[in-house]
Design a protein around this ligand. Structure first.
Ligand code: NAP
Length: 340
């Protein structure tokens, strides 16, 4: 059984999507890449004909992975449900429909049963949410989550391909002694940390959009509408890989040893936790890899039933493209999608 697949968006996530589909031998009869404008583009070493996105482009498609820009003019809002109406199974990377009651928000290792045979539109959570809930899921099953306090250290690739180029340019300009310029962030990101990702929203005063996504998406994925979550999201001058310091409180006791064992047995998690030997996850090891890496697992000495840990994953792979492809593999496996 092979599927006609469309990848909508040919930026950082769209390119990785093609790569992941090829690497995992996804059952493809035909692959089309759509974007705002048509052109030839080198993607994963293949020169591909990127085509302009139109409603008709979805007519023959079985599964579409949306990796276009978010918002009113973005691919998902313009074409997402249109594609569904044309019989396409849609998996969306953006945040336009993540909180929509019709749309399951899924990390396959965590909440695969959120998808039923009636669903045609699935959302991929935000990159920083995916790696956090992935690492907390096995611990939640043992001791039941009560409260999460998270600080993130998020790479520029999370903003997209233009931000990757901007950091590269700033590094070159710094070395050449030229004045630095920026457009992607309110300040230079080179040699800096910016405690702002996205914009302020009224519903959680003082919190930026990325922080609110972590609160709301984590509650939806775990199915706990009043789960206590607080996040501080920081952009750091790293090209690829997001890191998170998480302090998680549970209803029931859980030791660091029990957590380490549960994490090392959980699908898609790799534990690197030998602090005496300076071994812990870092973006330089996680970049271009599939697992969510967890280390620095320890009991909070000042608070009962509480663990601290350090979580790192490739935001373009597990945080976006890989998770989306895993969702597609799951729905194929369950017989929820068939070629037209
Ligand atoms: N980067 C991450 O870590 C990450 C993680 C999770 C989720 N996401 C989400 O994934 C999506 C893509 O992110 P990215 O980092 O790949 O962005 P990006 O590098 O800026 O690329 C965006 C792509 O979307 C295309 N596009 C924009 N509007 C479109 C429209 N109306 N119709 C068709 N194509 C359209 C653009 O086409 P042109 O090339 O023709 O301009 C471009 O190829 C976003 O929703 C983002 O929030 C990103």
């Amino acid at each position: 059984m092979k599927f006609k697949v469309a990848v909508v968006g040919a930026g950082a996530v769209g390119e990785e999507m093609v790569k992941v589909l090829r690497q995992r031998n996804f059952p493809i009869s035909d692959l089309v890449v759509l974007a705002r404008s048509s052109r030839k583009q080198l993607i994963n070493g293949e020169e591909m004909d990127v085509k302009e996105t139109t409603p008709e482009a979805f007519d023959d498609v079985d599964i579409a992975f949306f990796a276009g820009t978010e918002g009113a003019k973005g691919a998902s809002q313009v074409y997402g449900w249109e594609a569904v109406s044309r019989g396409v199974f849609v998996i969306d990377n953006g945040d336009d429909f993540r909180m929509d009651a019709r749309v399951p928000l899924v990390v396959p290792e965590v909440n695969p049963d959120a998808i039923g045979p009636e669903h045609r539109f699935i959302a991929n959570p935000n990159c920083s949410t995916i790696q956090m809930v992935h690492a907390l899921a096995p611990l939640h099953r043992i001791a039941r989550l009560k409260r999460i306090v998270v600080s993130t250290y998020q790479s520029v690739s999370g903003t997209g391909s233009a931000a990757i180029k901007e950091l590269q340019q700033q590094v070159e300009d710094y070395v050449a002694g030229r004045e630095l310029r920026w457009e992607q962030y309110p300040y230079q990101i080179f040699a800096n940390l910016i405690p702002q990702i996205s914009s302020l929203k009224d519903e959680f005063p003082g919190y930026y959009g990325e922080e609110i996504k972590m609160i709301k998406e984590t509650r939806k994925i775990f199915g706990i509408p009043d789960l206590a979550v607080s996040a501080t999201c920081v952009r750091v001058p790293v090209f690829r890989g997001h890191a998170e310091a998480v302090n998680a409180e549970f209803h029931n006791p859980i030791t660091a040893d029990v957590a380490r064992k549960a994490l090392s047995e959980f699908p898609g998690i790799e534990v690197i936790d030998d602090p005496a030997a300076s071994k812990y996850p870092m973006p330089i090891f996680a970049a271009h890899k599939d697992p969510t890496f967890v280390g620095r697992i320890r009991q909070d000495p000042c608070h009962p039933n509480t663990l601290d840990m350090w979580i790192v994953a490739d935001n373009i792979r597990k945080g976006a493209a890989l998770n989306a492809v895993q969702i597609a593999e799951l729905v194929i496996d369950r017989g929820f999608v068939r070629p037209k």
